[in-house]
Design a protein around this ligand. Structure first.
Ligand SMILES: [Fe+2]
Ligand SMILES: [Fe+2]
Length: 264
């Protein structure tokens, strides 16, 4: 606590109530401890739905008396004022091996640049926002900055990955049997989305995402973002104000990733 804050706090306390000197000192010490402590993270409601209410309340109770986290969180890498997609990769999504490996596979397969970009960014929803419905989150997150085909393909890879296409050698991922059980059936909306996507002119772009999606992590491959810098430069419309500050309909989503631990 600096001198000015100290004097303001002391003045406010003295003025509000005629506290004894020891009571003032105690209150001041308490507020200094609170300020020095790492500000606790209060989890978003989305992370709390399946938890017992008592547990959530106990956690909130433990944050009483602490200042709440707002703005730059010292536990996270500081983002520049005008962040680019590369900054987000480096300072928020890293190591992002699944994205880099999928993008690298698409590059090795000689696919066109937009499809490579779609493969590189296909699970950005998981890395930035939420696992559930990640294709939709990711697609919306990127929509103002990539071609319509790229965001469309990212949206529909979510449904298509559940449905084999023997004509291009795509099988149901073995890992999904481990994850979801052998009798798992996707929700009706997922089936409908896959049916719709199969008949769409951009079907193969979304299908390529599922083909180049690495369902098993390969520890021997460690591609870096350098491989994709030119492709990003040509196919990602970086806003000059920085992602999060360009007033786009999804700017708030990027800001949420910049300051993910804000209390409100
Ligand atoms: Fe995915
Ligand atoms: Fe994936």
């Amino acid at each position: 606590m600096n001198r000015r804050t100290f004097l303001t706090a002391a003045g406010a306390m003295g003025a509000a109530k005629a506290l004894s000197f020891s009571a003032q000192a105690e209150a001041l010490e308490e507020s200094m401890i609170a300020e020095l402590d790492a500000r606790p993270i209060v989890r978003s409601r989305l992370c709390n739905f399946a938890r017992p209410e008592e547990e959530i309340q106990a956690e909130l109770e433990a944050t009483r008396g602490h200042l709440k986290q707002m703005g730059n969180d010292a536990r996270l890498a500081l983002m520049p004022e005008k962040p680019t997609l590369v900054d987000f990769f480096e300072k928020r999504f890293a190591p992002a091996r699944h994205l880099l490996q999928s993008g690298a596979l698409a590059l090795e397969s000689g696919l066109d640049e937009e499809t490579v970009l779609a493969c590189l960014l296909h699970d950005i929803g998981v890395f930035a926002l939420a696992r559930n419905d990640h294709g939709y989150w990711g697609s919306q997150f990127l929509e103002p900055y990539v071609s319509e085909r790229v965001s469309w393909a990212i949206r529909y890879h979510q449904a298509l990955r559940f449905f084999p296409d023997p004509s291009v050698g795509y099988e149901y991922p073995a890992s999904y049997i481990r994850y979801f059980g052998k009798d798992y059936e996707p929700e009706p909306y997922v089936k409908e989305a896959a049916e719709y996507a199969k008949n769409h002119r951009w079907y193969m772009t979304a299908r390529q995402i599922t083909i180049n999606d690495l369902y098993a992590f390969d520890p021997d491959k460690n591609p870096t973002l350098d491989l994709f810098i030119d492709i990003i430069g040509r196919n990602f419309k970086q806003p000059k104000e920085g992602l999060g500050f360009d007033g786009s309909p999804v700017a708030h989503m990027w800001r949420t990733v910049i300051w993910p631990t804000n209390f409100l």
